[in-house]
Design a protein around this ligand. Structure first.
Ligand code: DQA
Length: 144
């Protein structure tokens, strides 16, 4: 196993900072990557941060995380959280621990966000803390 943590981000998260800042805050995805790299350095972990608007890329990267011996995956699947059986199956198909991450708290938002397919297989979920949700998930990954 390596000391690398994959941080996989789904659709529209490339627009963080501009996108509905009243819900998601004004921190950009690059800034979150920087925060994770700083904290990762302290924890002895390296961060492989990626974003895609395409569901299949996220599936491929989950498989890759296992093939490359990643320590853990932090996954903010964004809207695919609530729709993707393919992501649920991919998480179940690998032994690499997957932590679910959300900036907002989907359970307090529209009803269609209440179901999380990712959450049916993820080890733990960190949500509702803005960019800090990622840091909390990284701490949990470091404690494995
Ligand atoms: C999100 C919550 C999802 O419901 C939404 O579709 C997103 C972002 C979050 O980080 O709060 O795109 O995953």
């Amino acid at each position: 196993m390596t000391d690398t943590v994959y941080v996989l981000n789904g659709p529209n998260l490339n627009l963080l900072g501009l996108r509905e800042p009243e819900i998601y805050g004004d921190t950009t995805l690059d800034e979150i990557a920087g925060m994770l790299e700083d904290r990762g350095r302290e924890l002895g972990l390296s961060i492989d941060m990626r974003q895609s608007n395409h569901e299949g890329h996220l599936v491929d990267w989950l498989h890759e995380a296992q093939a490359e011996g990643a320590k853990a995956v932090l996954l903010n699947a964004a809207a695919y959280t609530h729709t993707s059986i393919a992501l649920l199956d991919a998480i179940k198909a690998i032994v690499t621990p997957v932590f679910e991450v959300h900036l907002s708290d989907p359970s307090t938002r529209e009803e269609f966000r209440h179901r999380s397919y990712v959450g049916m297989a993820a080890r733990e979920c960190f949500q509702g803390h803005g960019a800090k949700s990622y840091l909390l998930a990284l701490e949990a990954a470091a404690a494995l």
